[in-house]
Design a protein around this ligand. Structure first.
Ligand SMILES: C[S@@+](CC[C@H](N)C(=O)[O-])C[C@H]1O[C@@H](n2cnc3c(N)ncnc32)[C@H](O)[C@@H]1O
Length: 275
Protein backbone atom coordinates (compact mmCIF):
# COMPACT_ATOMS: atom_id res chain seq x y z
CA UNK A 1 0.00 0.00 0.00
CA UNK A 2 1.48 3.32 -1.03
CA UNK A 3 -0.57 5.38 1.37
CA UNK A 4 -3.46 5.16 3.77
CA UNK A 5 -5.81 7.78 5.17
CA UNK A 6 -8.32 7.78 7.98
CA UNK A 7 -8.32 6.24 11.44
CA UNK A 8 -5.58 8.67 12.37
CA UNK A 9 -3.13 7.21 9.82
CA UNK A 10 -1.48 10.17 8.10
CA UNK A 11 -1.96 10.33 4.33
CA UNK A 12 1.04 9.85 2.08
CA UNK A 13 1.22 9.80 -1.67
CA UNK A 14 4.66 8.15 -1.80
CA UNK A 15 7.28 9.15 -4.35
CA UNK A 16 5.78 9.62 -7.80
CA UNK A 17 7.62 7.76 -10.55
CA UNK A 18 8.80 9.86 -13.49
CA UNK A 19 6.39 9.84 -16.41
CA UNK A 20 6.72 10.26 -20.15
CA UNK A 21 4.80 13.34 -21.31
CA UNK A 22 5.65 12.84 -25.00
CA UNK A 23 3.21 9.97 -25.47
CA UNK A 24 -0.52 10.10 -24.71
CA UNK A 25 -1.67 8.08 -21.69
CA UNK A 26 -5.27 7.17 -21.02
CA UNK A 27 -5.51 8.65 -17.51
CA UNK A 28 -4.46 12.06 -18.87
CA UNK A 29 -6.52 11.84 -22.09
CA UNK A 30 -9.56 11.02 -19.93
CA UNK A 31 -8.68 13.94 -17.64
CA UNK A 32 -8.63 16.19 -20.74
CA UNK A 33 -12.07 14.98 -21.85
CA UNK A 34 -13.39 15.73 -18.36
CA UNK A 35 -12.02 19.29 -18.49
CA UNK A 36 -9.09 18.66 -16.11
CA UNK A 37 -5.65 20.31 -16.13
CA UNK A 38 -3.46 17.25 -15.58
CA UNK A 39 -2.64 16.55 -19.22
CA UNK A 40 0.06 17.39 -21.74
CA UNK A 41 0.18 18.27 -25.47
CA UNK A 42 0.35 14.60 -26.57
CA UNK A 43 -2.72 13.77 -24.43
CA UNK A 44 -4.67 16.72 -25.81
CA UNK A 45 -3.71 15.84 -29.41
CA UNK A 46 -4.97 12.25 -28.96
CA UNK A 47 -8.03 13.52 -27.09
CA UNK A 48 -8.88 15.98 -29.87
CA UNK A 49 -8.47 13.37 -32.62
CA UNK A 50 -10.78 11.07 -30.65
CA UNK A 51 -13.35 13.88 -30.29
CA UNK A 52 -13.23 14.37 -34.07
CA UNK A 53 -14.00 10.69 -34.61
CA UNK A 54 -16.64 10.51 -31.87
CA UNK A 55 -17.81 13.95 -30.65
CA UNK A 56 -19.93 12.39 -27.87
CA UNK A 57 -16.84 11.02 -26.09
CA UNK A 58 -16.86 14.02 -23.73
CA UNK A 59 -20.48 13.42 -22.73
CA UNK A 60 -19.72 9.70 -22.49
CA UNK A 61 -16.89 10.34 -20.02
CA UNK A 62 -19.18 12.54 -17.92
CA UNK A 63 -21.97 9.98 -18.08
CA UNK A 64 -19.50 7.35 -16.90
CA UNK A 65 -18.60 9.44 -13.82
CA UNK A 66 -22.29 10.05 -13.11
CA UNK A 67 -22.97 6.30 -13.36
CA UNK A 68 -20.13 5.62 -10.94
CA UNK A 69 -21.58 8.06 -8.38
CA UNK A 70 -25.07 6.52 -8.66
CA UNK A 71 -23.68 3.00 -8.37
CA UNK A 72 -21.60 3.82 -5.27
CA UNK A 73 -24.61 5.55 -3.69
CA UNK A 74 -26.64 2.38 -4.31
CA UNK A 75 -23.88 0.13 -2.96
CA UNK A 76 -23.28 2.16 0.23
CA UNK A 77 -27.01 2.77 0.70
CA UNK A 78 -29.47 0.10 -0.38
CA UNK A 79 -26.87 -2.68 -0.62
CA UNK A 80 -25.16 -1.84 2.70
CA UNK A 81 -21.61 -2.22 1.33
CA UNK A 82 -18.85 -0.72 3.48
CA UNK A 83 -15.74 -1.85 1.56
CA UNK A 84 -14.74 -0.82 -1.97
CA UNK A 85 -11.88 -1.84 -4.24
CA UNK A 86 -11.72 0.72 -7.08
CA UNK A 87 -9.28 -0.45 -9.78
CA UNK A 88 -8.32 1.97 -12.58
CA UNK A 89 -9.01 5.01 -10.44
CA UNK A 90 -7.99 7.74 -12.89
CA UNK A 91 -7.37 11.41 -12.01
CA UNK A 92 -10.88 12.86 -12.05
CA UNK A 93 -11.56 15.64 -9.59
CA UNK A 94 -15.07 14.84 -8.50
CA UNK A 95 -17.17 11.95 -7.24
CA UNK A 96 -14.29 9.90 -5.88
CA UNK A 97 -15.56 6.57 -4.63
CA UNK A 98 -14.67 7.32 -0.98
CA UNK A 99 -16.34 10.74 -1.10
CA UNK A 100 -19.61 9.32 -2.41
CA UNK A 101 -19.52 6.20 -0.21
CA UNK A 102 -18.57 8.11 2.95
CA UNK A 103 -21.27 10.71 2.30
CA UNK A 104 -23.71 7.81 2.72
CA UNK A 105 -21.76 5.72 5.26
CA UNK A 106 -18.76 7.56 6.82
CA UNK A 107 -17.22 4.27 8.00
CA UNK A 108 -16.71 3.08 4.40
CA UNK A 109 -13.24 1.80 3.57
CA UNK A 110 -11.90 2.25 0.04
CA UNK A 111 -8.75 0.95 -1.65
CA UNK A 112 -7.82 2.51 -4.98
CA UNK A 113 -5.44 0.90 -7.50
CA UNK A 114 -4.00 2.21 -10.76
CA UNK A 115 -0.80 1.53 -12.72
CA UNK A 116 -0.21 5.06 -14.04
CA UNK A 117 2.48 7.13 -12.27
CA UNK A 118 0.51 10.35 -12.73
CA UNK A 119 -2.44 8.84 -10.87
CA UNK A 120 0.01 7.84 -8.14
CA UNK A 121 1.23 11.46 -8.06
CA UNK A 122 -2.35 12.54 -7.34
CA UNK A 123 -3.05 9.84 -4.78
CA UNK A 124 -3.00 12.31 -1.89
CA UNK A 125 -6.47 13.53 -2.97
CA UNK A 126 -7.72 9.97 -2.63
CA UNK A 127 -6.42 9.62 0.90
CA UNK A 128 -8.61 12.28 2.46
CA UNK A 129 -10.76 9.80 4.31
CA UNK A 130 -13.52 10.61 6.75
CA UNK A 131 -11.98 9.81 10.18
CA UNK A 132 -14.54 7.03 10.74
CA UNK A 133 -13.49 5.24 7.53
CA UNK A 134 -10.23 4.63 5.70
CA UNK A 135 -8.74 4.93 2.23
CA UNK A 136 -5.62 3.46 0.67
CA UNK A 137 -3.84 3.53 -2.66
CA UNK A 138 -2.03 0.73 -4.50
CA UNK A 139 0.34 1.30 -7.40
CA UNK A 140 -0.64 -1.93 -9.17
CA UNK A 141 -1.69 -3.47 -12.47
CA UNK A 142 -5.07 -5.13 -13.03
CA UNK A 143 -3.22 -7.91 -14.89
CA UNK A 144 -1.97 -9.07 -11.47
CA UNK A 145 -5.24 -9.37 -9.51
CA UNK A 146 -3.62 -11.43 -6.72
CA UNK A 147 -1.20 -8.62 -5.96
CA UNK A 148 -4.11 -6.17 -5.79
CA UNK A 149 -6.10 -8.47 -3.50
CA UNK A 150 -3.11 -9.04 -1.20
CA UNK A 151 -2.37 -5.30 -1.00
CA UNK A 152 -6.01 -4.38 -0.46
CA UNK A 153 -6.32 -6.92 2.35
CA UNK A 154 -4.26 -4.55 4.52
CA UNK A 155 -7.28 -2.25 4.68
CA UNK A 156 -10.24 -4.40 3.62
CA UNK A 157 -11.54 -7.54 5.33
CA UNK A 158 -12.39 -9.99 2.57
CA UNK A 159 -14.34 -12.18 4.99
CA UNK A 160 -17.00 -9.48 4.70
CA UNK A 161 -18.76 -8.31 1.50
CA UNK A 162 -17.00 -5.77 -0.66
CA UNK A 163 -17.60 -4.08 -4.01
CA UNK A 164 -15.11 -4.34 -6.86
CA UNK A 165 -15.27 -1.30 -9.17
CA UNK A 166 -13.91 -1.70 -12.69
CA UNK A 167 -14.94 1.56 -14.30
CA UNK A 168 -13.79 2.05 -17.89
CA UNK A 169 -10.64 -0.03 -17.41
CA UNK A 170 -11.29 -3.49 -18.88
CA UNK A 171 -11.00 -2.11 -22.43
CA UNK A 172 -7.25 -1.89 -21.72
CA UNK A 173 -7.01 -5.65 -21.19
CA UNK A 174 -6.90 -7.40 -24.57
CA UNK A 175 -8.72 -10.69 -25.18
CA UNK A 176 -5.36 -12.50 -25.28
CA UNK A 177 -4.79 -11.41 -21.65
CA UNK A 178 -8.03 -13.12 -20.58
CA UNK A 179 -9.86 -10.25 -18.85
CA UNK A 180 -12.66 -12.67 -17.85
CA UNK A 181 -10.24 -14.71 -15.75
CA UNK A 182 -8.96 -11.53 -14.08
CA UNK A 183 -12.50 -10.52 -13.09
CA UNK A 184 -13.30 -14.08 -11.95
CA UNK A 185 -10.14 -14.12 -9.77
CA UNK A 186 -11.18 -10.87 -8.08
CA UNK A 187 -14.74 -12.02 -7.47
CA UNK A 188 -13.67 -15.49 -6.25
CA UNK A 189 -11.76 -13.81 -3.40
CA UNK A 190 -14.91 -12.10 -2.10
CA UNK A 191 -17.71 -13.65 -0.02
CA UNK A 192 -21.39 -13.87 -1.05
CA UNK A 193 -23.11 -10.51 -0.71
CA UNK A 194 -20.24 -8.81 -2.59
CA UNK A 195 -20.76 -6.80 -5.77
CA UNK A 196 -19.12 -6.21 -9.13
CA UNK A 197 -19.68 -2.79 -10.71
CA UNK A 198 -18.29 -2.10 -14.14
CA UNK A 199 -18.57 0.12 -17.16
CA UNK A 200 -17.03 -0.65 -20.53
CA UNK A 201 -16.84 1.28 -23.84
CA UNK A 202 -19.37 -0.20 -26.25
CA UNK A 203 -18.38 -1.47 -29.67
CA UNK A 204 -22.05 -1.62 -30.70
CA UNK A 205 -23.32 1.83 -29.69
CA UNK A 206 -22.44 4.38 -32.40
CA UNK A 207 -20.44 1.50 -33.87
CA UNK A 208 -18.86 3.36 -36.78
CA UNK A 209 -17.62 6.34 -34.74
CA UNK A 210 -16.46 4.10 -31.91
CA UNK A 211 -14.41 1.96 -34.33
CA UNK A 212 -12.82 5.10 -35.76
CA UNK A 213 -12.00 6.38 -32.29
CA UNK A 214 -10.53 3.02 -31.24
CA UNK A 215 -8.24 3.12 -34.30
CA UNK A 216 -7.01 6.61 -33.38
CA UNK A 217 -6.46 5.80 -29.71
CA UNK A 218 -4.58 2.62 -30.63
CA UNK A 219 -2.27 4.68 -32.82
CA UNK A 220 -1.71 7.59 -30.45
CA UNK A 221 -2.06 6.26 -26.92
CA UNK A 222 0.35 4.11 -24.89
CA UNK A 223 -2.46 1.91 -23.54
CA UNK A 224 -4.29 0.02 -26.30
CA UNK A 225 -8.07 -0.35 -26.33
CA UNK A 226 -10.44 -3.20 -27.14
CA UNK A 227 -14.04 -2.01 -27.23
CA UNK A 228 -16.56 -4.83 -26.69
CA UNK A 229 -20.15 -5.45 -27.71
CA UNK A 230 -23.06 -6.13 -25.38
CA UNK A 231 -22.68 -9.94 -25.13
CA UNK A 232 -18.91 -9.65 -24.55
CA UNK A 233 -19.39 -7.13 -21.72
CA UNK A 234 -22.29 -9.13 -20.25
CA UNK A 235 -19.92 -12.12 -19.92
CA UNK A 236 -18.03 -10.28 -17.16
CA UNK A 237 -21.14 -10.70 -15.01
CA UNK A 238 -21.41 -14.48 -15.55
CA UNK A 239 -22.38 -16.26 -12.33
CA UNK A 240 -23.52 -13.01 -10.69
CA UNK A 241 -26.99 -11.56 -10.31
CA UNK A 242 -27.43 -8.20 -12.03
CA UNK A 243 -29.48 -5.72 -10.01
CA UNK A 244 -32.22 -3.74 -11.78
CA UNK A 245 -32.19 -2.51 -14.52
CA UNK A 246 -29.53 -5.05 -15.56
CA UNK A 247 -26.64 -4.22 -17.86
CA UNK A 248 -27.61 -1.11 -19.83
CA UNK A 249 -26.17 1.97 -21.46
CA UNK A 250 -24.42 3.80 -18.59
CA UNK A 251 -26.81 6.77 -18.70
CA UNK A 252 -29.81 4.43 -18.37
CA UNK A 253 -28.67 2.86 -15.10
CA UNK A 254 -31.00 4.45 -12.53
CA UNK A 255 -30.56 8.02 -13.86
CA UNK A 256 -31.24 10.70 -11.26
CA UNK A 257 -32.45 13.32 -13.75
CA UNK A 258 -33.86 13.47 -17.27
CA UNK A 259 -30.61 15.07 -18.43
CA UNK A 260 -28.57 12.14 -17.06
CA UNK A 261 -30.88 9.65 -18.79
CA UNK A 262 -30.59 11.49 -22.12
CA UNK A 263 -26.78 11.50 -22.18
CA UNK A 264 -25.39 9.70 -25.27
CA UNK A 265 -23.04 7.42 -23.31
CA UNK A 266 -21.29 4.81 -25.45
CA UNK A 267 -20.69 2.49 -22.52
CA UNK A 268 -22.33 -0.64 -21.17
CA UNK A 269 -22.68 -0.60 -17.40
CA UNK A 270 -24.07 -2.71 -14.60
CA UNK A 271 -23.96 -3.70 -10.94
CA UNK A 272 -24.21 -7.36 -9.95
CA UNK A 273 -24.35 -9.31 -6.68
CA UNK A 274 -22.45 -12.47 -5.84
CA UNK A 275 -24.94 -14.87 -4.22
C1 LIG B 1 -10.51 5.69 -18.77
S1 LIG B 1 -9.74 5.84 -17.20
C2 LIG B 1 -11.12 5.54 -16.10
C3 LIG B 1 -10.98 6.21 -14.77
C4 LIG B 1 -12.13 5.95 -13.78
N1 LIG B 1 -12.17 4.54 -13.41
C5 LIG B 1 -13.47 6.35 -14.35
O1 LIG B 1 -14.17 5.48 -14.87
O2 LIG B 1 -13.83 7.52 -14.28
C6 LIG B 1 -8.83 4.29 -17.08
C7 LIG B 1 -7.91 4.23 -15.88
O3 LIG B 1 -7.44 2.86 -15.77
C8 LIG B 1 -6.03 2.86 -15.55
N2 LIG B 1 -5.50 1.62 -16.11
C9 LIG B 1 -5.45 1.23 -17.41
N3 LIG B 1 -4.92 0.00 -17.52
C10 LIG B 1 -4.64 -0.42 -16.26
C11 LIG B 1 -4.09 -1.61 -15.71
N4 LIG B 1 -3.72 -2.63 -16.50
N5 LIG B 1 -3.92 -1.69 -14.37
C12 LIG B 1 -4.29 -0.65 -13.56
N6 LIG B 1 -4.82 0.49 -14.02
C13 LIG B 1 -4.99 0.62 -15.35
C14 LIG B 1 -5.53 4.10 -16.26
O4 LIG B 1 -4.28 4.53 -15.77
C15 LIG B 1 -6.66 5.09 -16.00
O5 LIG B 1 -6.44 5.79 -14.81
Amino acid sequence: MVGEGGHGVPGSSGEPAPFDTGVAHVARVYDYWLGGKDNFAADRAAGDQAIKAFPDIVLSARANRAFQARAVRFLAGEAGIRQFLDIGTGIPKMNHTHEVAQSVAPQSRVVYADNDPIVLAHARVLLTSHPDGATGYLDADLRDPRKILDGAARLLDFRRPAAVMLMAILQHIGDEEDPYKIVATLMAALPPGSYLTLSHPAKDINAESMAKMAGILNQMMAEKVTFRDRPAVARFFDGLELVEPGMVQASKWRPATGAEAASPAALWAGVARKN
